[in-house]
Design a protein around this ligand. Structure first.
Ligand SMILES: Nc1ncnc2c1ncn2[C@@H]1O[C@H](COP(=O)(O)OP(=O)(O)OP(=O)(O)O)[C@@H](O)[C@H]1O
Ligand SMILES: [Mg+2]
Length: 286
């Protein structure tokens, strides 16, 4: 297996911000590749109009791993995350280049239908965004439009299983036909996770899923992430280093649109190899 680092070792990184000094500073340190990746990204650049937001990022997402993405505000975490299920397609003027494959298939192929892709690679946002429908309909909606249930009992089964996996069933089983928007913030976020799970995803992207939640609701989501990783690959963006340390096996540190360092979470937090990673995790930056 050729490592992305080897593949790019002779490459000159484009447009390094001058205040960082040496161009070497912006090359990825660590091991961005894994054996048998679920998602494989190579040399990904993202532009908003003329402005480049992501620079030559190569990174694999492993099967059934939780990988955390950390870094200062504006460093491109959300932008990179949105590349993984083509959510950036919905942003006018946003252009993605490079290669991204899911199970070896190019997700940017012109024949790729984004609707099933976004079911396969689901996303949970910072702010819970349930539909203004009942709890039951929030979860049943996706399976219905994707034709995942052949009968009402089958659909009911999907709704219950998804709510159970999201750790919400016991709290809502007696009020399934009340509005999803009437739940607490933490419950709404678990409802959004249930909605994502209901369409049988393989990868779940989470963009700061706990930043609007209190510590108890956060702990519930973190426990849930731990359980979900038996079945799914999870990519979580977080500003909480404690959270990254608690839930992830690998961590990727981004800085000004570059992937600076990636490695085992424990190594990143105890013995970071790049000065920028160290500055960030010790609170000297960002
Ligand atoms: N829709 C957009 N249009 C234009 N520029 C954008 C857009 N979204 C993000 N950007 C720019 O791209 C860069 C990366 O932004 P992004 O939102 O990906 O960062 P982030 O790491 O997720 O930040 P935060 O931690 O604050 O959420 C920033 O310079 C931002 O201003
Ligand atoms: Mg963001």
């Amino acid at each position: 297996m050729v490592s992305a680092l080897d593949a790019r070792s002779s490459r000159v990184v484009s447009q390094p911000p001058t205040r960082l000094g040496s161009r070497e500073d912006l090359r990825t340190i660590g091991e961005p590749t894994v054996v048998d990746p679920k998602i494989r990204c190579r040399h990904v650049d993202v532009f908003y109009g003329d402005k480049q937001a992501i620079f030559d990022v190569s990174l694999d997402i492993g099967n059934k791993e939780v990988i955390a993405m950390i870094g200062p505000s504006g460093c491109g975490k959300s932008t990179f995350l949105r590349c993984l299920n083509r959510m950036n397609d919905t942003i006018e003027g946003c252009r993605v280049s490079g290669d991204i494959t899911l199970d070896g298939q190019n997700i940017y192929d012109e024949k790729q239908d984004v609707v099933p892709l976004r079911a396969q690679v689901g996303i949970v946002f910072q702010k819970p965004n349930p539909f203004s429908k009942s709890i039951w309909d929030n979860v049943a909606y996706g399976p219905k439009i994707h034709g995942l249930a052949e009968s009402k009992p089958e659909l009911e089964e999907i709704v219950e299983t998804s709510l159970r996996k999201a750790g919400l069933w016991e709290e809502v089983k007696d009020r399934l036909h009340q509005p999803g928007t009437g739940l607490s913030g933490g419950q709404q976020q678990r409802l959004c996770i249930a909605r994502t799970i209901a369409v049988s995803p393989e990868v779940i992207l989470m963009d700061e899923p706990c930043s609007a939640l209190d510590p108890i609701a956060t702990a519930k989501i973190e426990d849930l992430i731990d359980e979900l990783r038996n079945q799914y690959s999870i990519v979580i963006v977080t500003h909480s280093m404690q959270q990254a340390a608690r839930v992830s096996q690998r961590t990727a540190y981004f800085h000004l649109g570059y992937l600076i360092e990636v490695g085992q979470t424990q190594q990143i937090f105890t013995t970071p190899r790049h000065r920028l990673t160290e500055d960030y995790i010790t609170g000297r930056f960002g």
